[in-house]
Design a protein around this ligand. Sequence first.
Ligand code: BDR
Ligand code: CA
Length: 316
Amino acid sequence: QKKMILDLDTGIDDALAIAYALASDEVDLIGITSTYGNVVTAEAGQNSLRILELLGRTDIPVYLGLPHSSTTDHFDVMQVSKDIHGVNGIGEVSLPTAPRAVENKSAVDFMIEAARQYGDDLIIVPTGPMTNLAAALAQAPEITALVGNVTFMGGALTVPGNVTEVGEANINQDPAAADQVLRSPFNLTMVGLDVTLRTLLTKKETQLWRDLGTKSSVAFANIVDYYIDAYAALNPQLHGCALHDPLAVGVALDPSLVQTIGLNMKVETEAPFAARTVGDVDRLDLPTTNVQVAVNVDVPKYLQRFMHRLTALFAH
Ligand code: BDR
Ligand code: CA
């Protein structure tokens, strides 16, 4: 069985990523690390604890990561994040504060220790800024050769960004960290806006959860309906909310859900193209590539699997 660490800025689609991982028998979620983005890092940790409590998985440890990007000393949640995920990150649905606390160990130390312990069996799935992973890489560069795969949600290769013309939200929070990770020897899979904007959920699906009538199915229906309404207001051309972060989990577990192209990539760190994920011209001639970039996705297969797994999880 594969081991997985989710590195989340727990947000609504991050919460769906937790549910997808817990609903997947082929993987053991060994811990959740927390980052900033949709909410501040401490709140991301609390939201992860709340979601785990809701899903009855109080055995999974939650760790706090760094509070801001590698090139700043402060982080404020952007207004657009509050609009999409709600001020509390989970669609203004009030879930009780979890009775347990986050772990004392830092997210970065946990990642490094897990890489040493599980090696090739470990998949790290960052679905927020990659500040924690870049810090782990700086502290213990040997983990790049140990970890099986890093499947991250972020970036945009063939489509525009969602927070700037070229910048996707997660990469845009810390372009320098993302650049360090992409240019490292990690075995990487990029699940960016190229594919995540094609996997959309509507109220037809959340109604099925609501009809189940369990505590978790109704809570998730309420949380995701907030996200669907926000998407309708901000992206009326889309007809549903994008399942960004759970797609990264789906692809990490079954790469056949997407078509990829192999590239050596970098992230622009300077204006005017900061946060753009792009081929690294300095490494174009290398015989090997370290990033598989998802450029096409089997939408019906993924959506069916997503609904099948989450509905079964929420049913009991
Ligand atoms: C990404 O940004 C965050 O708001 C979402 O949770 C997702 O990880 C999409 O650009
Ligand atoms: Ca996220």
